[in-house]
Design a protein around this ligand. Structure first.
Ligand code: ZN
Length: 278
């Protein structure tokens, strides 16, 4: 199922899904909740509102509290870094669109190598234990003192699931078994993709690692939505609660954007677009 979803996503354009693709997705068992970049999250209910017409609906939350949207601080739109020196030989770079390319790249003036910049993968676990969810209060910036699922950047040489298990061990001192993928959420604005897995504790033990002040199990009606660290966690937890109220978790794909005119650091001003679910 996951593979089919990935293939279908890969086959869609970056700007919109065609009607034919929508029909295909629906025939394959996916509900399309949101397709428009103008869709927004609706306020108050702690669950996503869904549309029976396969179009345009999600949720919007409002808050005056401001915090970061990213695991790592973002630098600019698209999170592109200005690369002035070559990472291989240290030579100065020039910024040009290479032949056959469409984007501006930093090109080394000495060795000619191109510094491509690509999104980073953040991996984490949504750990279910006795109908509660394990959250960690961050002991580091950004979003110090706010709650998150254990998650972090995937390292070279590990799979996404291995990374999620490692991050959970590091941040929550918990030994977990990954059960299934739960959500892939892209945040194009900051060049990050989140892969969140459902997981369970192998042993009923957890303790905060150096990056956490505290780790705690929360019942679904206790989740501190006003004190969450990242929009990705907000979306993940909302989707999970909605799924559990409907009976069981699904797999979700979507992109997280900011509503125009809102602060980039206000996680409650997020929009979930291209929401597909199995
Ligand atoms: Zn070079």
């Amino acid at each position: 199922m996951l593979k089919i979803l990935q293939m279908m996503i890969a086959s869609t354009s970056s700007s919109s899904l065609s009607f034919a693709n929508r029909l295909n997705l629906q025939r394959r068992g996916f509900s399309i909740i949101s397709l428009s970049s103008s869709t927004t999250f609706r306020n108050t209910p702690s669950i996503l509102s869904t549309s029976k017409t396969h179009s345009v609906k999600s949720f919007r939350m409002s808050s005056t509290r401001s915090d970061s949207n990213s695991i790592a601080p973002s630098t600019s739109s698209g999170n592109f870094r200005k690369v002035n020196f070559c990472q291989w030989c240290g030579g100065p770079t020039k910024h040009e669109i290479p032949d056959g390319d469409e984007k501006m790249r930093a090109i080394c003036t000495q060795c000619g190598k191109v510094a491509y910049q690509n999104p980073k993968m953040v991996v984490g676990c949504l750990i279910e234990h006795e109908e509660k969810i394990l959250l960690c209060k961050r002991n580091i910036q950004p979003s110090y003192g706010l709650w998150t699922l254990p998650a972090g950047f995937m390292e070279m040489g590990e799979s996404a699931a291995e990374g999620a298990i490692r991050e959970t061990q590091e941040e929550a001192g918990a030994d977990v078994e990954v059960l299934s993928p739960f959500a892939q959420l892209d945040i194009p604005l900051i060049g990050q993709t989140y892969m969140i897995f459902l997981a369970k504790l192998k042993k009923p033990h957890f303790s905060p690692g150096p990056e956490s002040i505290e780790c705690r199990l929360f019942a679904l009606d206790e989740i501190p939505f006003d004190s969450l660290a990242f929009s990705s966690m907000l979306v993940t937890l909302k989707l999970y609660i909605e799924d559990m109220r409907a009976g069981k978790p699904k797999f979700h794909y979507g992109t997280i954007s900011k509503r125009p005119g809102t602060s980039p650091s206000d996680i409650h001003a997020s929009t979930l677009d291209y929401h597909l679910q199995s």
